[in-house]
Design a protein around this ligand. Structure first.
Ligand SMILES: Cc1cc2nc3c(=O)[nH]c(=O)nc-3n(C[C@H](O)[C@H](O)[C@H](O)COP(=O)(O)O)c2cc1C
Length: 155
């Protein structure tokens, strides 16, 4: 059986979401996970080929103006038609960095994810304010949970 692939796509402006993404990366690449390849890419550098490569997806974005960031929206805008009909139901999860509760960003991603389609396999993580040790630990767990789930063929 081939190695499974986890894609982490994130956008960050002032670095907070980037720190969450790095924590997710650390969890996904933990020594306990042996048969999963992890690719972490900034949203501006990610494209349809990355989505077609992926067996599961982590999306990380700040909340900007009550929505996902423009960089994350641009990634979704650019990839939707090229992957349409080519992905079945990609397991995914979200992490958000926000000054407040992040619900606008989550709602926006949920709506778009239905169209791809992506299917959510973990609750979204919202890190309010600069990432704390607890936020980083939760993102690390999230990365590991997706990687372990892939390895165990749970999804
Ligand atoms: C242009 C702009 C708009 C923002 N809008 C929101 C918002 O609507 N809701 C919110 O909770 N935080 C908002 N924030 C705060 C960011 O979500 C927060 O600072 C986040 O940690 C930034 O993540 P980053 O460092 O990865 O860019 C906004 C920040 C910027 C720069």
């Amino acid at each position: 059986m081939r190695t499974r692939h986890l894609l982490i796509v994130y956008h960050t402006q002032s670095g907070n979401t980037g720190r969450l993404a790095e924590a997710a990366w650390r969890g996904a690449t933990d020594d306990e996970v042996t048969d999963v390849e992890v690719r972490m890419i900034r949203a501006s550098d990610a494209g349809p080929d990355d989505l077609l490569w992926a067996d599961a997806l982590l999306l990380g974005t700040p909340e900007n103006f009550g929505y996902m960031s423009g960089g994350m929206k641009d990634f979704l805008d650019r990839t939707f038609y090229p992957v349409e009909g080519k992905i079945q139901s990609l397991p995914y999860a979200i992490f958000i960095s926000a000054g407040n509760d992040g619900t606008g960003a989550i709602r926006a991603i949920h709506r778009i994810a239905n169209g791809y389609p992506f299917s959510e396999v973990q609750e979204p993580i919202v890190a309010k304010g600069p990432p704390t040790e607890e936020h980083l630990a939760r993102c690390r767990e999230l990365g590991m949970a997706l990687a372990v789930g892939l390895e165990a063929r749970i999804f």
